[in-house]
Every structure is written in C-alpha cells, then in structure tokens.
Design a protein around this ligand. Sequence first.
Ligand code: OTU
Length: 645
Amino acid sequence: MTSTVSTRLAPRRAGASHQPADLRADLLRELGDDALAEDVLARWDRWGDDLLDAAAEVYADPTLTPRLVHQIAMAHRARSESLRERDRARLLRPDWFQSAEQVGYAAYTERFAGSLPRAIEHIAYLQDLGVTYLHLMPLLQTRPGPDDGGYAVSDYDEVRSDLGTMDDLEELSSRLHCAGISLTLDLVLNHVAREHRWAQAARSGDVHYRDYFWTFSDREMPDAFERTLTEVFPQTSPGNFTWDPQLHRWVWTTFNSYQWDLNWSNPDVLCEFLQIILNLANRGVDCLRLDAIAFLWKRMGTNCQNQPEVHAITQLLRAAVRIAAPALVFKAEAIVPPSEVVSYFGRGKYAGRLSDLAYHNSFMVQIWSALATRDARLMAVAMSHMSQVPTTTAWATYLRCHDDIGWAIEDRDCETLGWNGWAHRNFLCDFYTNQVESSFADGTVFEENPITHDRRINGTAASLCGVGRDDQPLAVDRLLCAYTMVMGLGGVPLIFMGDEIALCNDRDYANDPNHADDNRWIHRPLMPWEVANEHGDFSGHRVYDRLRHLIEVRKSQESLHASVGTEVHSTSVDAVVCFVRHHPAGDMTQVYNVADHAVSVPAWEIDQYAPGAVLDALSGQTLVAQDGMYELAPYAALWLVRESA
Ligand code: OTU
C-alpha cells in the first residue's frame, strides 16, 4: 500500500475515543431488528461525517457521539410506518420543498382556528387556496402570563393546553399530509421560559442544570459582553442580562427577561434538543423553523450573532435528522444583515449542509422600500449583492410575518444610488407610520431604541398597503403586486394568515393583558371565518380570488423551481424592475411597476432578457409594444414566457 492510500484510509479523527467504525457498529447494534436498519446505515455512511466533523469542531466531550448515535437509533426505531413511507418518498424527491408547487401559509393556531382539532376543519380552505405548507406558530406549552407569542416555551413535550394535546398534533399532521400539506413548527432553541424545568432546577440550586444557561455572580462579565451586544427589545426589555433573585445570579436574557438563553457549548443542551427535534419529527412535523438561530453562540467582543459554531451545530443536527428522519427539513430564522443570511444555507465547508430554507428578510424589506419610494433600483442593487445560495436550498419569501419589520438595508447599497442609509431607513419608518405626505400606509412604531433612535414598524400587509383608507383606491393592486413578487422569486412563498382577505390592523390587542405590552399583536388578527368562508374581504376587491389565481399560475410554471436563482435588474424607469429566471424548463422575465401611476418602458430593455417571451402567464395576454415602448399600468406585474410555453 502506498503512503498516499494509507493516509486516505486512515481514520479521520485519530485520537478520538470513538472511531467512526465503532460508531457504525454501535448504530447497527442499537437498531436491533429495525426493518430498515440497512437504510439507516446507508444514510450514516452518507451523512455521518457531517455529524462527526461538526461534533469535533464544537465539543470536546468524548461521550457525545455515542450518545447521539443512540438517540438516532432509538428515534428511528420509534418512527411510524407512515412516516418511514414519507422518508422514502422525500429521499426520492429531495427537492420537494423547492418545487414551484409549494405555497406556504403561516398562522397562530388560536387566531386561525381556536385549537388543533378545530384547525382540521379548515384544511379544505387551505387546499382551496392552493396551500401545500402550513406553518403553525409556536404551540408547545408556554409559561403563564406573557409568553412572547409562544416563544417562551416551558415544556417541549406538551402542546399548549388551550390548543390540544400531542395526539391532536399528530392527528392534525396526518390529516394535513393526506391533503398534500406539510407541517412546519417552531423550534425555539436559543432560550426557554424561566418556568421550564431546567431553569427551575437551576434556580433551586442544581448545578448540572445551571450549566444549561449563562449565569454570572456579578456584573463583570455581563458588562463586558454588553459592550458589543445590541438590544432586541430596547423598550420593553432593555439590556441582555436579568438578575434572578432565586438563583442569586445574572442570567443571559437576549429577548424578554423571562426567556433564558441556553448554553449551547454544553453538550447536554445539544442532546436535549436533538431529542426534542426527533420527537417532533416522529409526530409528523415536516419542517422546523429554527427561531433566532443567529443568537445561539456567545463570543466575547462580538455581537454574539452569526458565530461559526452556530453553523457547526446546525450541521450536526441536520445530519442527525438526515439519518434518523429524512422527511424533516430545517428553516433558518436569521433576521440578520443580507451579507450574513446566506451563510445559514451553508457557505464554504458548510455549503448545502445546514438549513434547507431561510427567510428572505432582505427581499421583504426591499419590496416595502420600493413601494414607498416608487423606485425599485435599491432592490436591484441589494439583490445583486447577495451571494448565490446552494442549488439544493430555497428561500422562504414573504411580505409579512408575525414580527415587526426592521429596516435591514445596507448603507453601501444606498450609497450606490447616492442615498444615505440612515436617512432612508428613517424615511421608511416615517412612511409606514403615515408621518409623511406621500404615505399610503397605516402602521405603528415598534420598540424605538432610545439611544440609537432605531425604529421598527408594525401593521398587516393590507394596512401597510393602504387598504381601509378612502384615499387609496390602488391599495389592493399594491398588495397584489407585492405578493406577485413574493410568488415569483422562486422558493417557498409564505402567506401570512389574513393577507388573502386583506385583513387590516387589529387594535383590540390592547384589551388583552397578555398582549397589551407588545404591539406586534396589531398584525396578528383573529380569522373572521364568516368573511373568509365566503372568500370575501374587507377591500371589496376579491383579493382571495386574485391571490388564488396567482397561486394557480405559479404552480403551472415549473421554471419557478428554487434550484435556479433570480436575477433582479433595474431599467431606465426607476419604478420598473425585471426578475429574470433562466431555467431549462423555460426562461421567464417578470416585470413589475412599483409606482401608483402608469409608465412606459423601452421594449428592448425587457426583450433583451428573453427575446420572444411576451405572453404574460398571469393575465394570459400578449404584451404588445407601441412605438417601441411597453405601457405598464400602476402596479403592473407580468410573468413573461414564450407563447408555446
Ligand atoms: C424571533 O424573532 C421571533 O420571530 C419573535 O417573535 C420572538 O420574539 C423572538 O425570536 C424571540 O423568540 O430573534 O432572529 O425584531 O425579528 O426578535 C430573529 C424582532 C429574531 C424579531 C427578532 C426575531
């Protein structure tokens, strides 16, 4: 044997107490008589190195990998026949979530249906709209009192008692599956409620559990960390540390003071979460939204976001899931600068090994910015600065979600246009809270930072578009133009509950003592079924029908598959932007006019991207040039393809 070959064959982690070969044997033994043991082993051979490399990168504990192997084997053994079937189907179609047929819908169970069993009654409604992916907002057991909209979990093994039980969850997921709809749930993994049993044990003096958290006896370390940390809720929960009188220590609390950040450098925390993930997978969950994933790893001297260990941990968990429950995918919720967000799909050695989906926060912000300025150039600049994402992943595109909108716009992108970044962000905030003449919106301010004066905003998509205002006859066209962009980028478009019927702001939230302190509830209205069941809406413009048509067309366009990216180009008309998609199934040029007035664009500027593509798949009409110009109505949105396509 030559030395080159022997090097290649040498164990990759020399020195580790458990060699990959031992672990493989452990896995085989622990799988016992599992009928699919060979399949699991094949997946270990495919993904095991991802798990081992990542474990070695973050954790020094030699007992960790055998524990993980044990968890994987046990979870697979407990997996039901129908979910094993689902694993097989997804392995044969690993791009299932990238397909143009995917359309998502996000809702709070209690606002949408009241409870999990009652949600079953509304599956037909989702099917009619064309939904294939349902994200139910956090529904595991939370602390009593304010719970940050469910993001303060006190028990990961139970469903919130007002919503139902774990069995109800399982029943719902299997009913959804029968209807061709996958289920996404939140995995709140940066923090737990201080009422969670781990925090309770820590508070009563158990040092094993105290190590699950970041706690400090005095202000020295907290003060040192604070120097480079930012504040998420500067008004309602200032600072990142909270004094706990029972623990008699400072606890790291990035979000609300009742949400204790977990110490992910502790391998026990990792194992706890792998178990939670595998349990949810075995209940039939198809996708986990990794909440606030950017914050997982703390490092002195940084803002404690986007640290490389976050990616290694994601790789480890993702690999474990690929082996034990491959029907499950991950969606990263990293609301971080555009230059950072792409790293959640994996860059460099992590490429394609991390989350399958990630929220496209930057695109969302750019849509609102373009509508406010009636100018789409900044969107083209920002989108062209974003790096390519792995071809096996997909963006989750959206116009609104349950959170506020923070103006994640980079200074350098503004500078390209000679704009000042700070001034532009400030303008957007004024605009969407209706403080400038040109505003069409009806939003409110969220959490103004008293030091930086940074402001974020709230409001439903419809209210931010001007639905409900007598002086805004084009509000619905604006809303649909924006949703057409969301549906057109490629990836999984997410409809936030109520947008399909143009639901406006709900000022009643202030009457609920658990919501009154958090004005994000203004855009989390109750579903008015008497209106929705009629497919009616508050605008009088049949938004539901128009959106359903848009969805139908989207599903017919194979070229919207997320494996190819979208080029975003500006034109000589500031308000007109082109989305260009090159796909073997057929090219598509999308044209949008973000202004509330008609415009003319030189025809060649659009034709250059896909000559001969003049059929608008959305209206079924052919685009005809007049004197070399295309005339575009206010908020025109066209998906141009070739006639034959
Ligand atoms: C996420 O939010 C959730 O979406 C929020 O609803 C929760 O309050 C929060 O986590 C805590 O669980 O951390 O990575 O601007 O965008 O808090 C992004 C506020 C997050 C949210 C931010 C976000």
